[in-house]
Ligand binder design. Structure first.
Ligand code: 2BA
Length: 109
């Protein structure tokens, strides 16, 4: 058995869960926060049989889109660390960051 862990954008979460449930997969949705942007994203856990892994990954690839996000960062003026000016930077956030890990034991009690 495998556990697919997918970090996705909030905007894609509803459609992804709908697609996975329609195909009979059991899912758990967690609210998460990206370490770089420090903004909310969604982590989805999907426990599957080994042979179902590629189907799940394909569904994630089909639904989750990469998007550009503007981030405001602070830059020191003239090298002075006392005065900072905010300026926008564009970051491409991927459609999904996917981890597939082996499950040693699975029980539902
Ligand atoms: P964040 O950490 O908020 O990162 C958002 C986006 O910012 C990243 O998109 C990437 O384009 C950029 N970014 C991240 N760290 C950077 C850095 N040190 N320098 C420059 N740009 C940086 P993605 O790579 O598509 O990642 C989207 C989200 O997936 C991440 O949100 C994080 O929550 C998760 N993630 C990505 N890689 C991960 C990993 N190796 N382990 C755990 N979570 C990961």
């Amino acid at each position: 058995m495998k556990l697919v862990i997918a970090v996705i954008q909030d905007k894609d979460s509803g459609k992804l869960l709908e697609n996975l449930v329609d195909e009979g997969f059991k899912t758990t949705k967690l609210a998460s926060t990206g370490g770089f942007l420090k903004s909310g994203n969604t982590t989805v856990l999907i426990g599957v049989e080994d042979h179902q892994t590629s189907e799940v990954v394909e569904i994630i690839k089909k639904v989750c889109k990469s998007r550009e996000k503007m981030v405001t960062t602070m830059s020191p003026i003239g090298g002075s660390v006392e005065s900072y000016v905010p300026y926008p930077v564009e970051v491409v956030v991927g459609g999904a960051t996917i981890f597939v890990i082996d499950v040693d034991q699975f029980e539902r009690v």
